[in-house]
Design a protein around this ligand. Structure first.
Ligand code: GLV
Ligand code: MG
Length: 324
């Protein structure tokens, strides 16, 4: 290990994260009763400008009056380039800060953006005498945010997670997309002709670089990498394929922009029974190897070593967290 310790963010379950517009309070109760891990009540892009004030009031009332159970509660504030943002922070944290676990900062571009919100939240928490500190979730969804992702990830002790905001990221980078979070057939490779002169097209994942970059920045700073939205909520297979790709790279959660996507995210982001059993067998085999003075052994014909222990421990720990 490096001599540089990586402090881990609080171990919050974040397999699924449901977006609920603050302007639609009739949706709050259903969200509270769902199986989602984290809910973000939105003040930003799902809320029209003339509804912002009422949405803020709905969110404050909802946070204070609804029983959200053990869910983690977040509010997506407006961007730092708008005049809504300061009132979002002041009103929501002053009036509902006790039930708020997280603030989601959209379109974060620099470490100074994080510093500014941190300063405001710290003052309000101190003035109100809150004992719990609110954490930060950052949406990486602009070219600027991606460029500065390393500094953003390290910018505050409140930081808990980085989220890939694929829709705005596409707009910012002028990527050619069709649906939010979907793939594009033009991002593909054409194989060389086979003996009969036939060529095949293999679709690629145009989001690979962005997601992989975010996973590294998040993990290097002890944060959770979370994949963002998938727009076609009728396409469960498309959603799962996107979620699996993110999970394989190291993401531990994905947004749900519709309640039907919650179960899909929870399924993909939870270790399967087979994986848990395998992880436990690895830990047992390595314990035996260690007792016999060995650092590596073979299990089912494959080499396992101390790196296998670390992977297995992460998996078993996650399973424990899920079973509560
Ligand atoms: C989320 O905010 C996105 O832009 O994808
Ligand atoms: Mg966005």
């Amino acid at each position: 290990m490096s001599f540089h310790p990586v402090e881990q963010a609080p171990g919050r379950l974040n397999r699924s994260e449901l977006a609920v517009p603050g302007s639609q309070p009739q949706m709050f109760e259903k969200a509270a009763q769902s199986d989602v891990d984290v809910i973000f009540l939105d003040l930003e892009d799902a809320v029209a400008p003339d509804e912002k004030e009422q949405a803020r009031k709905n969110i404050i009332k909802g946070l204070n009056e609804i029983d959200w159970g053990s869910k983690s509660m977040s509010v997506r504030i407006n961007g730092l380039d708008t005049h809504y943002m300061y009132r979002d922070v002041v009103d929501v944290v002053e009036q509902a800060g006790e039930r708020l676990d997280l603030i989601m900062i959209p379109k974060v571009g620099t470490a100074a953006d994080v510093y500014a919100v941190d300063m405001m939240v710290t003052q309000i928490e101190d003035a109100k005498g809150y004992s719990k500190r609110i954490g930060f979730e950052h949406i990486i969804e602009t070219a600027l945010g991606m460029q500065n992702i390393t500094e953003i990830a390290a910018a505050s002790k409140r930081n808990e997670s980085l989220h890939f905001g694929v829709a705005d990221y596409a707009a910012s980078t002028r990527a050619r997309t069709t649906i939010i979070g979907g793939v594009n057939k033009d991002y593909s490779v054409l194989t060389d002709p086979d003996a009969d002169g036939n060529r095949a097209t293999h679709w690629g994942d145009m989001w690979h670089y962005a997601l992989a970059r975010m996973v590294v920045a998040a993990r290097a700073n002890g944060l959770r990498p979370i994949d963002g939205p998938f727009g076609d909520f009728q396409d469960a297979d498309g959603y799962k394929a996107a979620a699996y790709r993110a999970a394989v790279l190291g993401c531990e959660g994905k947004w749900a922009i519709h309640p039907s996507q919650i179960a899909l995210a929870n399924e993909v982001m939870s270790p399967s029974e087979a994986e848990i059993t395998k992880a436990k067998r690895i830990l047992d085999a390595m314990a035996e190897a260690e007792a016999a003075g060995k650092g590596a052994v073979s299990l089912d014909g494959r080499l396992i070593d101390y790196a296998s222990i670390r992977q297995a421990e992460v998996l078993v720990e996650k399973a424990k967290q899920i079973s509560g």
